[in-house]
Every structure is written in C-alpha cells, then in structure tokens.
Design a protein around this ligand. Structure first.
Ligand SMILES: NC(=O)c1ccc[n+]([C@@H]2O[C@H](COP(=O)([O-])OP(=O)(O)OC[C@H]3O[C@@H](n4cnc5c(N)ncnc54)[C@H](OP(=O)(O)O)[C@@H]3O)[C@@H](O)[C@H]2O)c1
Length: 301
C-alpha cells in the first residue's frame, strides 16, 4: 500500500497519519497551507482545488490508496462563504477523481471522508440506505463531493460518513469540538441543546474503521458513529464529569427555540453503524469510557 492522505494538517488527517505510521505504512501526508512534521510520512503541499496541482501530486506519488480528508469543515464559514465551500469540498474532490481517472490504468482505491450532516435530521438513526437531504451549505457541498465519487470515479471507492469526532488535540493546536466544549464549561458560558442528537465518535475509533475499510477493500458507503445517540447537553454533562468540571456551568437550551444560528442544524443525525459492525467488526465504546481514558493524557488543566 502507498497511501496518500489529504487534509493531513487537519484534526482527523493528522491522527490518521500517526495511526498508519505505527503500522509502518508508506504515507504521503498532503497539506495545503500548514506543513506538519511526521515521523516517517512524507509531507507534500497541494491546493486540491487547482486541477494542475492535483494531477502533479498524483503523478508524483502514484498512490495505491487515497484517503481524502481535506475539506472546509466549519459549518458557519461554509454558510458565509458558499463559493469557498464549493471549492474546497466539491471541486477539490472532483479534481482528485478526474486526475485519478485520467492518470492511472490501475486506479487507486479512493476513500472519501464525509459527514452525518448530509442528512436533514428529521429521522435519526441513519443507515447507508437512507436518502441524504442536507439543510446547510456544508452538508450540500459534502453531498456533492460524495456524488462526484459515487457517479464518476472509475476505480473502487468507499465513502465513510463520520459523526462528530473527538480526541486529543494535535501538537499544532487543532482540537475537536471537545476542546471548545471544555473551554466553554470552564468559563461558565456553555449553552447546550437537549433536543439536538449526535453519535460522537473517538478519532482513534474512526481511524480504526478507515483502515479496516482500506485493508478489506470493501466498497460503498459506511456509517461511522460512536456507541450511543446523545444530545449535545448529555455530551456536555459527560465531558464535565470526566474532566472534573462543574456541570452546573452548563445551561440547557432547545434547538427548536433557537432563532440565531450561524448555519441551520439538523435535529437528529445519529448514525446507524450496523453495516460496519457486521462486515468489519467495528465495536466502538461508550463516550464515558473513552473520555475516562482520554483524560489521562489530554493536555488540559
Ligand atoms: N471534525 C468533525 O467533527 C467531523 C465530523 C464529520 C465529518 N468530518 C469530515 O472529516 C474530514 C476531516 O475533518 P477535520 O475536522 O479533521 O478537518 P480540519 O481539521 O478542519 O482540517 C481540514 C484540512 O483540509 C485541508 N484543506 C482544506 N481545503 C483544502 C484544499 N483546497 N486543498 C488541500 N487541502 C485542503 C486543510 O489544509 P490546511 O489547513 O493546510 O490549509 C486541513 O488539512 C472532513 O472531510 C470533514 O468533512 C469531520
């Protein structure tokens, strides 16, 4: 395997490179603006939204596998800057697909990391056969990226739709939602919705699942979520307990009553992970269990 990982300077990409380094894989770690130091992986800069750069990248590294993590991930920024969202989420993916189609007779296995936010949140417990219906710019541009892969890639592909990801911040300060949550609870300015549901997944468990898909060569859509469906408020209370913060600092609120959000939010995008459990042996642990372990090494005071 020669694995090319995009978004390697981001939260998931960084953790995935480290995870694969431990397994002694040959890795090209692609960033756009922020070079990152790795132990063994080779770093390479590329703006994937520029077709010539993407073609030159693939021609140089000749990957057998591509894991495409790069994206514009802030829902608020995507909502404010829809053209930038289209560029970094859809165009970048389309360029990767077209470059690989054009350059290789033996096409690399292409794995796109997508999101639970391609669903409208009206149903919850989403499985791979449910119909996406994104309600915000981020979800729409990620769905367009999924379709670029599904409908136009000529090699084998997989799309891993991830739930909200948590884990240890990277050494260069890229944290997950957990970091903002802990800071807000500590400062006593934390308001969390009791009627917005997600199934948060540990970044280590998501890396395990991505590698399981790569190694099995199994194609199609995969839903990646944690063991439980939890409201934002419940997630906050569990995080406060694990990190010894006062849970009274968390104010309960309702999404249904919220008027002023930077981007629309689906009510319930909890993920059904039966396919990954059955076909890959995926077995995530409860959030509290993972947090209790994370707290041992988490850079937090
Ligand atoms: N974080 C979550 O909770 C979550 C939940 C569900 C799904 N996901 C999905 O998981 C993936 C990783 O998310 P993340 O939170 O780890 O991302 P992140 O920390 O925001 O990092 C985004 C990465 O994408 C790169 N990038 C953006 N536009 C690019 C372009 N045009 N060309 C090349 N690189 C580009 C950035 O490079 P530079 O910074 O070097 O410019 C950075 O490495 C994304 O596909 C996201 O949609 C994330």
């Amino acid at each position: 395997m020669r694995i090319l990982i995009t978004g390697a300077s981001g939260f998931l990409g960084y953790h995935l490179v480290k995870y694969l380094e431990k397994r002694k894989r040959e890795i090209t770690a692609v960033y756009r603006t922020r070079p990152v130091q790795y132990l063994a992986a080779v770093g390479e800069s590329c703006d994937l939204a520029v077709p010539e750069q993407t073609q030159a990248l693939l021609a140089k590294w000749q990957p057998t596998h591509i894991v495409h993590c790069a994206a514009l991930t802030s829902t608020a920024t995507c909502q404010r800057e829809p053209e930038m969202a289209l560029r970094d989420n859809f165009l970048a993916t389309q360029n990767l697909v077209e470059a690989a189609n054009k350059l290789f007779r033996e096409k690399p296995f292409l794995l796109l990391v997508s999101t639970d936010l391609v669903f409208d949140g009206e149903k919850g417990d989403y499985s791979e056969t449910d119909t996406p219906n994104p309600i915000m710019v981020y979800g729409r541009t990620k769905r367009a990226a999924e379709q670029a892969v599904e409908l136009t890639y000529e090699g084998d592909w997989a799309i891993v739709r991830s739930a909200l990801i948590y884990g240890t911040p990277t050494p260069f300060g890229k944290g997950s939602f957990l970091q903002w949550l802990l800071e807000d609870i500590q400062r006593g300015r934390c308001r969390l919705f009791a009627d917005e549901f997600r199934s948060p997944i540990a970044v280590t468990e998501l890396c395990w699942l991505i590698v399981a898909v790569l190694e099995s060569g199994k194609t199609g859509y995969w839903h990646a979520g944690g063991a439980e469906r939890l409201s934002r408020y419940e997630i906050g209370v569990l995080a406060a307990q694990a990190f010894g913060l006062p849970k009274n600092n968390i104010q309960v609120a309702l999404l249904a009553e919220e008027k002023d959000l930077p981007a629309p939010r689906p009510k319930d995008v909890s993920m059904n992970i039966t396919r990954a459990r059955t076909h890959l042996g995926f077995n995530p642990r409860p959030l509290m269990h993972n947090l209790a372990e994370l707290v041992q090494t988490y850079p937090w005071s």
